[in-house]
Design a protein around this ligand. Structure first.
Ligand code: HEC
Ligand code: HEC
Length: 304
């Protein structure tokens, strides 16, 4: 009689133990930690800031002028899981990240783990920022430290019941958080630069790659277009297939990033408007690197 209960109970305990072990928030890798040392390069931090699009989510919606540099959060992101409200990442000590160490910041950006050891939701695209090295993270935090401190208390997210328990994100991360690059490119410096801008900072794949039912990116359809993260609308294919941007020259792409105009003189719309505004702050050399990378990825046909 006893053993009839003991075996299933043991299995449940083993299962819970396994869950707990697999969902434990990770530490910062030693290699990244070592790269945080040394003095920061503010110009590189500023470049990372614009390429990374931090203001698109952490500044107030529709902010213009200097308000773009006030990263007090409160920007609401509508998704099928509920509404995510972005937090205050200004250097304010009480309500922002002013009291964080560089390691705290690196752990958040690289692993999606908070200073208190909790998992962040991937609405914060650390799934792409994981590809950044420690030098870039160090420079980026130094630049954010020069921006205005704004006092604003964070609001809670408004999520469906099933998505409120952050611990389960640990399992999701086991499946979908990967620091490796998606595309193999040659040693060419421009392509290497383009790859880190697209796959890392620019987090282009977060919008331009389709997702599966669990919200993970379908890597074999990299940049081939997919449903918008808000759940409505289709985001275009930007691979060099004719159903993507195959007919655009590298110069057309650079011109689009600089000006927001397509080769047909249409102007950029939707969630790409903010991305393009950020990209227009990058050097021509960086934009050419992005274009070169987009020309080099495998062409895939659009599937709707
Ligand atoms: C697509 C929107 C989006 C972009 C782009 C984005 N973030 Fe965030 N970020 C969020 C959301 C949403 C959260 C909250 C996640 C959570 O609560 O689990 C967050 C959380 C954070 C946190 C943790 C703050 C805290 O109080 O715990 C930091 C730090 C951060 N982001 C920095 C950045 C930086 C730096 C960039 C640019 C390189 C950036 N984010 C770009 C949406 C975004
Ligand atoms: C927040 C989501 C989002 C992110 C991140 C994003 N895009 Fe876009 N992108 C869009 C949307 C939406 C469109 C369609 C714009 C329109 O309808 O005018 C678009 C359009 C484009 C186009 C034009 C395609 C066409 O056929 O008109 C290119 C090229 C492009 N994006 C490149 C990029 C690159 C490079 C990055 C990363 C640096 C990037 N995008 C990041 C949402 C995004």
């Amino acid at each position: 009689m006893k053993s009839r209960f003991a075996v299933p109970l043991l299995l449940i305990i083993a299962g819970l133990g396994m869950f707990w072990w697999l969902s434990t928030p990770e530490q910062l890798p030693a290699e990244i930690k070592a790269q945080l040392l040394g003095s920061a390069d503010l110009a590189n931090g500023e470049r990372a800031f614009w390429a990374g699009g931090c203001a698109s989510c952490h500044a107030a919606k529709g902010a213009t002028g200097d308000a773009i540099l006030e990263l007090a959060g409160g920007h609401r992101l509508n998704t099928p899981y509920g509404v995510f409200v972005s937090p205050n990442i200004t250097p304010d000590v009480q309500t922002g990240i002013g009291s964080w160490s560089l390691e705290d910041f690196a752990l958040a950006m690289h692993r999606g783990v908070s200073p208190g050891g909790r998992h962040y939701y991937p609405a914060f695209p650390y799934t792409s920022y994981i590809r950044l090295d420690g030098h870039t993270l160090r420079d980026l935090l130094a630049y954010i430290g020069t921006l205005p401190a704004v006092s604003r208390i964070n609001e809670p997210h408004e999520l469906g019941f099933a998505y409120r328990w952050r611990r389960t994100l640990g399992i999701w991360k086991q499946l979908y958080l990967d620091s490796g690059f998606v595309s193999t490119v040659s040693d060419d410096e421009t392509l290497q630069r383009g790859r880190i801008l697209v796959e890392g900072l620019g987090h282009c794949g977060e919008c331009h790659t389709p997702r599966n039912a669990l919200g993970g990116l379908e890597i074999d359809r990299w940049l081939a277009g997919g449903q918008a993260p808000e759940g409505k609308g289709f985001i275009p294919n930007i691979t060099p297939h004719t159903s993507g941007v195959g007919e655009w020259s590298a110069d057309d792409l650079v011109y689009y990033f600089e000006s927001g105009f397509t080769p047909d003189y249409d102007s950029v719309g939707g969630s790409m408007v903010d991305v393009q505004k950020n990209l227009s702050r990058l050097s021509k050399q960086d934009l050419e690197a992005i274009a070169a990378y987009l020309k080099a990825v495998p062409p895939l046909e659009t599937r709707r």
